[in-house]
Ligand binder design. Structure first.
Ligand SMILES: NC(=O)c1ccc[n+]([C@@H]2O[C@H](COP(=O)([O-])OP(=O)(O)OC[C@H]3O[C@@H](n4cnc5c(N)ncnc54)[C@H](O)[C@@H]3O)[C@@H](O)[C@H]2O)c1
Length: 256
């Protein structure tokens, strides 16, 4: 039985005493998630390539920001190590950073494929190795949350590299859950549908938003806060018996 370090303290805030390392949290879904963690008492370290944005948010939240290009393996390992040193410990690793491209299957170059997998999948393996290693040393257990996508379950035209990378995230999550469970570490992924963030904004038209919204029984696309609620649930003690799962936040667009 692993003694968990991030039990809420007397203030009753759900994540008091909880130290969160989050990648790709300078903007979009990740920024919303770290805001919600901080508003419930967590201390956060943001790892992102957008340093000014990460620093601005970290200073608002009383956290720290670390600049890192997650496509660089050495820089990735050292950024997570620094984040854990700054926080003094790690209870939650949020692997949120991801890149998205729309390219027809027949036009995807080897370099484009590799660049997507480097950030969306390989960086996730490296951050997990460092953070899970620290959690095991701490003996406190921990929670690892990986951002996948509905596309990782369904695929989508012109997204072969992105969809395959997100299927790999789901698989990596299952393997990590199987190996880390004995240390009291849970590992789950989140599969959002369409979320209204900067990612994809350049290619998103009002007509597309209307068409996608009509595919959800709820008649709308997700807000970042819908995804953040799932992340905080998975990081909480309410999800202690949940591991290896790929949780949909799609407004019912898919049900598997
Ligand atoms: N927006 C959607 O509709 C949607 C749907 C399903 C899944 N997702 C996933 O959710 C996650 C967040 O998406 P978002 O919409 O907030 O995207 P976003 O583009 O708004 O934010 C992504 C963040 O990751 C950071 N990042 C990207 N590449 C990086 C790199 N090489 N090194 C360091 N940081 C890097 C960016 O700087 C940014 O802060 C991604 O993993 C994405 O695949 C998004």
């Amino acid at each position: 039985m692993v003694e968990r370090a991030h039990r809420p303290a007397s203030s009753g805030m759900r994540f008091e005493n909880c130290r969160v390392v989050a990648t790709g949290a300078a903007q979009g879904i990740g920024a919303q998630i770290v805001r919600d963690f901080a508003s419930q008492g967590a201390e956060v370290a943001i790892i992102d390539k957008l340093l000014p944005e990460a620093e601005q948010l970290a200073s608002e939240l009383g956290g720290t920001a670390i600049e890192c290009d997650l496509s660089d393996p050495c820089a990735t390992r050292s950024a997570v190590t620094s984040a854990i040193t700054d926080l003094g410990r790690v209870d939650v690793l949020l692997n949120n950073a991801g890149i998205f491209r729309i390219t027809p299957l027949l036009e995807i170059s080897a370099d484009e494929w590799d660049s997507i997998f480097a950030v969306n999948v390989r960086a996730m393996l490296l951050t997990t190795q460092v953070a899970a290693g620290a959690m095991i040393k701490q003996g406190t257990g921990g929670k690892i949350i990986n951002m996948a996508s509905m596309g990782g379950k369904t695929g989508a035209a012109n997204q072969a590299h992105y969809a395959a990378s997100k299927a790999a995230v789901i698989s990596l999550t299952q393997v990590a859950a199987a190996e880390l469970g004995e240390h009291g570490i849970t590992v789950n992924s989140i599969c959002p549908g369409y979320v209204l963030t900067e990612m994809g904004a350049a290619t998103r038209t009002p007509e597309m938003v209307a068409e996608w919204s009509s595919k959800s029984p709820l008649g709308r696309l997700a807000q970042p806060s819908d995804v953040a609620s799932m992340a905080l649930f998975l990081a909480s003690s309410d999800a202690d018996y949940c591991t290896g799962q790929a949780m949909n936040v799609t407004g019912g667009m898919i049900t598997h």
